[in-house]
Ligand binder design. Structure first.
Ligand SMILES: Nc1nc2c(ncn2[C@@H]2O[C@H](COP(=O)(O)OP(=O)(O)OP(=O)(O)O)[C@@H](O)[C@H]2O)c(=O)[nH]1
Ligand SMILES: [Mg+2]
Length: 337
């Protein structure tokens, strides 16, 4: 864990780091850039979500867990103020945070409640310093417990084995997953990485990252999968995350003509930002046969137009999900060796 920032949106100064933990959090630019970035995302959402979000900050090689906070303040425009608790950690440490996100969320929720009450009773800055200090102690305690759990009592630095770290360094490719909101991007990644499926729709905020090594013909390829929020409210900042992408999935929902129509726009958006990279179009929700709105002829026409492979999948049944990722890994590997 690198540190914590309590950031508030100040009407005159914009987003600022009200308190940092440690107070001399470095590099110093973080104290300026992180609040800007976090509040930029918040302002792109119609409603600030009461859940923890994972937001990468690629320029610094770090990632963050963010819990947005709304508080009442009659002196502000609209009577509502916005703040956020932000935890910063090195990209290399992400496994533990993703795996135990629920535990971290509990800690965040607790401190978010306290921060909200501090805001509403106009507490002095020292209160926030103490708050962040306690939160930092609690998180470090939690990390220690989880680390022990992961290593079976043996205390070692790394959560991932040295072997997987080495292979990741050697052949780790960034893969970007795009497409309209709710087409099933996160569900596909969940299925591919841990075979889980979630019925309820929890829109992605910003970006979720996962990693997985795939093997074919004796070749190991590490994929770092950037699952990017599809909802239009995230349009402004989305392009920041395309950089370095070695392959792109554009997902549409076979039961939504609208999402299919938008594939071309997603394709153009990527190509205009990072140039031509291997691209596979995924038609998802294949299991919902009676609701299907996109026919094979339209898909064939799009395939010819974009010159991309098309794979039809179901994140629910798992049909062809692995095939899509393995085909992508093959394409990327071929082009990069
Ligand atoms: N029946 C069926 N439902 C699916 C399938 N894939 C996803 N869903 C459901 O569709 C909804 C949206 O799925 P998500 O994976 O969250 O969609 P997303 O593309 O990540 O959406 P954003 O994060 O907002 O961009 C959820 O309720 C899923 O359970 C599928 O293959 N079949
Ligand atoms: Mg999603």
């Amino acid at each position: 864990m690198k540190g914590l920032i309590y950031t508030v949106f100040d009407e005159k100064l914009g987003p600022i780091a009200k308190v940092c933990q440690p107070a001399d959090l470095s590099p110093p630019e973080l104290q300026e850039k992180v609040p800007m970035m976090v509040m930029n995302i918040a302002s792109n959402m119609q409603e600030v979500v009461q859940a923890i979000a994972t937001i990468p900050i690629p320029a610094f090689g770090i990632k963050s867990l963010v819990r947005f906070i709304k508080f009442n303040d009659p002196q502000l425009r609209g009577g509502i103020g916005e703040a956020a608790l932000v935890l910063l950690f090195d990209e290399a440490e992400d496994t533990i945070y993703y795996k135990y996100i629920k535990q971290f969320e509990e800690v965040f929720n607790k401190y978010a409640k306290v921060a909200k009450s501090f805001q509403e009773k106009k507490a002095p800055k020292t209160h926030y310093t103490t708050l962040l200090g306690s939160m930092s102690d609690e998180l470090r305690g939690l990390l220690e417990v989880l680390e022990k759990e992961e290593t079976g009592g043996e205390k070692t630095r790394a959560f991932a084995s040295d072997e997987s770290e080495a292979s990741r360094d050697e052949f780790a490719f960034k893969l970007v997953i795009l497409g309209d909101g709710s087409v099933g991007k996160t569900s596909l990644v969940l299925h591919f990485t841990d075979k889980a499926f979630r019925q309820t729709y929890l829109p992605t905020i910003g970006t979720n990252l996962s990693e997985k090594n795939v093997e074919f013909d004796g070749i190991k390829v590490g994929l770092v999968i950037w699952d990017i929020a599809g909802q239009a409210k995230f349009n402004k900042f989305r392009k920041n995350f395309y950089k370095g992408g070695k392959g792109v999935f554009i997902v549409f929902d076979l039961t939504s003509k609208e999402s299919f129509k938008n594939v071309k726009a997603w394709y153009d958006d990527v190509v205009s930002t990072i140039g031509t990279v291997p691209c596979i179009v995924i038609g998802n929700k294949l299991d919902l046969k009676e609701k299907r709105e996109v026919d094979d002829a339209s898909i064939a026409a799009l395939k010819a137009e974009l010159k991309c492979d098309v794979v039809l999948t179901s994140a629910l049944t798992g049909d062809h999900v692995n095939d899509a990722f393995i085909t992508m890994a093959r394409l990327i590997h071929m082009l990069n060796h």
